[in-house]
Design a protein around this ligand. Sequence first.
Ligand SMILES: Cc1ncc(COP(=O)(O)O)c(C=O)c1O
Length: 369
Amino acid sequence: MSKLDELARATIFSIKPYVPGKPIEEVEREYGISGAIKLASNENPLGPSPSVLEAVRAAVPRIYNYPDGNCYYLKRELANFYNLAENNFIIGNGADEVIKIIGEAFLETEDEVLYPWPSFSEYIFVTKLMGAKPIPVELTADFKYDFKKFNEKVSSNTKLIFICNPNNPTGTFANKADLQEFIDSLPADILVVVDEAYDEYVTDPSYSSAVELLNSKKKVIVLRTFSKIYGLAGLRVGYGIASPEIISLLNRVREPFNVNLLAQEAAVAALKDQEHVRQSKDLVIEGKKYLYKEFERLGLDYVPSETNFIFLDLKMDSIKVFKALLKEGVIVRTGDIFGYPTYIRVTVGTAEQNKRFIFSLEKVLESIE
Ligand SMILES: Cc1ncc(COP(=O)(O)O)c(C=O)c1O
């Protein structure tokens, strides 16, 4: 260990830096190609609603001002949308920031944090950042939630439980009855964070948002984002929904101007255009139908998904396939980061992008076999 390393908090050496999906520009530069497509980060290929672009353009001249630190108009819009109060919301620089704020507000070093595995890596990140103990709870062999396994791992040190619903990277979900029964079974002093980044894509009627559980006696925080179906990933805005008491604790550690001015304007406009949300959802439903059929034709096993991405078993080293796909200008995500080295996670794109992905995948699989 160098002298500099000795100055750093010991816990940061347990953190693996986040590996994001490769940006389009980087792939085009590296491979000397143009027209690459990114199906790696579950963004909306339709982009945001046209009314969002208008709102952002109109707000640009005002960027010399600090943004509203309280996100007044966005909270008012959200309160209206959910039929809740403004003080039920905390807005973050992406849901990622809200996850970090939750950790900073609640986690002490002796605390244990339960999270599903495989799942979104930020839960482990924030747990390790705070020096708390991450405890993975494996999904079943077909990537479903088994809440009995969670119950078995709950101890007197459990402070926080993350539930990713529907889950990234598997696209599977916990149904309303199971989730409610699980939350009801927990001691009242455990916080349950239900990350619903992909809620808007779900079609299965047995699913229900945990927003309905906010009035229960348990301590529930629901996370949502504008990065996915609303198409605002580049602006960074997400939010938490919880009781005013929880929100006021979270606000103690929130930076004063954490959500930029353009992001606030964009989010307000995005929420008002629910027709764009419907169109985006329909595109994904159609895209999944096509992709499932193609996967079956290619003899590939996939996990049926309630989200805008699919976890797919290639039954071979997926890094090889990933690299070959990059040369074709198609960017996906490898499963090794989730502990599944033969899987890839692919975002459902436009009909044209999906076709191009299948064409490139078939070509690459033939060349590797
Ligand atoms: C499950 C889940 N939660 C949260 C996020 C982060 O969202 P945001 O872009 O709002 O930080 C993501 C993004 O990939 C995600 O997959």
